[in-house]
Design a protein around this ligand. Structure first.
Ligand code: FAD
Ligand code: SF4
Length: 317
């Protein structure tokens, strides 16, 4: 690990300034992703600004009847909060299906949304990777693996985003609130926070350097039941091969693109009276697949149809 300096932020604005004015600085929250990447020297910050103890760790009601969740709230506290369990079971289910109890006790709301891809080649510093080193190439293209994106991939990168929480928040139509380097507040829909790779896969979000996520705002729950389903290579403590969140008529898919994928074609078909199996086909008509990922297109289709049926039948699998 490269040497670095550390400071604990006492307020949000000074944290933002400390990172925005120092190109080598990064925010540190729970550290469960960033420190792993620093040990591998994939991330090499020279200064860490610890935002994990800023007073953004609670939940409050919004005037609209939703919830404002602090960016520093831990995943464990968020998943088990009575208001979340009662009104947003899809969010509780999504968070509890991710990582492990110990990790969730440290991981924060903002850190979870901004975790980096789990593409094996991104972690293997002996291999070219356009996300890790722009212009070096993509080892995953043609590599022996089955986890490539099936929506929105480019010739430069086929990695997926693996946050479970982001999938549920996308189905719930949630937004993040930020503090910009200019000291102003900004609101971005979670579905618009992450970028598709194009020819700049190293630019992963629409956040400016030093822009701090202070909160996630969830609107009132949509009409109708909610459900969450995830399939992974082993039963627990693993990132997903496919994830689906359903909240009323809103559906989001996970591990299928560089961002949580709002399934708009599927939603429109469901609203028009299509069966879940037919509705998901409308979404999958736009899928990119090859011989390695074809089974995941089938998998996400079956999982999405099952998750809609779960919600309709009152199951919260
Ligand atoms: C073994 C293992 C299994 C896992 N399995 C899953 C899984 O199944 N599902 C899943 O969703 N996740 C999984 N995770 C990922 C885990 O959820 C993330 O590591 C965690 O959520 C990151 O949160 P953190 O607070 O520790 O972030 P950090 O590691 O502290 O930070 C992550 C990034 O966010 C930035 N950041 C942090 N806070 C802010 C802020 N307020 N504003 C702007 N930038 C900020 C940091 O600079 C850094 O770039 C797993 C992790 C491990 C190690
Ligand atoms: S898919 Fe993206 S993250 Fe993975 S090796 Fe290719 S460029 Fe790197």
């Amino acid at each position: 690990m490269k040497p670095f300096t550390y400071e604990r932020a006492s307020d949000a604005l000074s944290a933002v300034k400390a990172v925005a004015e120092n190109p080598g600085a990064k925010f540190l929250a729970g550290g469960t992703n960033l420190l792993d990447l620093m040990k591998l020297e994939i991330e090499r910050p020279i200064h860490l600004v610890d935002v994990g103890r800023l007073p953004f760790a609670g939940i409050e009601e919004t005037a609209e009847g939703g919830l404002r969740i602090g960016g520093a709230m831990t995943n464990s506290k968020l998943a088990t909060h009575p208001k979340v369990r009662e009104r947003y079971p899809v969010l509780t289910r999504a968070i509890l299906s991710g990582a492990s109890g110990q990790l969730r006790n440290k991981a924060t709301t903002a850190g979870n949304l901004l975790q980096r891809t789990r593409c094996d080649y991104f972690y293997d510093t002996t291999k070219p990777c356009n996300k890790r080193q722009p212009g070096s190439g993509c080892s995953a293209l043609g590599g022996p693996h089955h986890y490539g994106a099936i929506f929105g991939a480019s010739e430069a990168c086929i990695a997926t985003h693996t946050s479970d929480m982001a999938v549920a928040l996308t189905a719930l139509d949630a937004s993040v609130e930020t503090l910009t380097p200019q000291g102003q507040g900004r609101t971005i829909k979670v579905r618009d926070l992450h970028r598709l790779p194009g020819d700049t896969p190293h630019v992963e979000t629409d956040l400016a350097a030093g822009e701090l996520i202070t909160a996630v705002v969830v609107p009132p729950p949509p009409e109708g039941a909610q459900s969450y389903r995830k399939v992974r290579d082993r039963a627990s403590y693993a990132h997903g091969l496919a994830m689906v969140a359903v909240a009323g008529g809103q559906v989001a898919l996970g591990a299928v693109a560089a961002k949580p994928w709002r399934a708009e074609a599927m939603e429109a078909a469901l609203a028009g009276g299509a069966s879940p199996a037919d509705a998901v086909q409308a979404e999958l008509d736009g899928a990119q697949k090859n011989e390695r990922t074809a089974f995941r297109v089938t998998l996400i289709g079956r999982l999405a149809a099952a998750a809609v049926e779960d919600a309709r039948d009152g199951r919260t699998a």
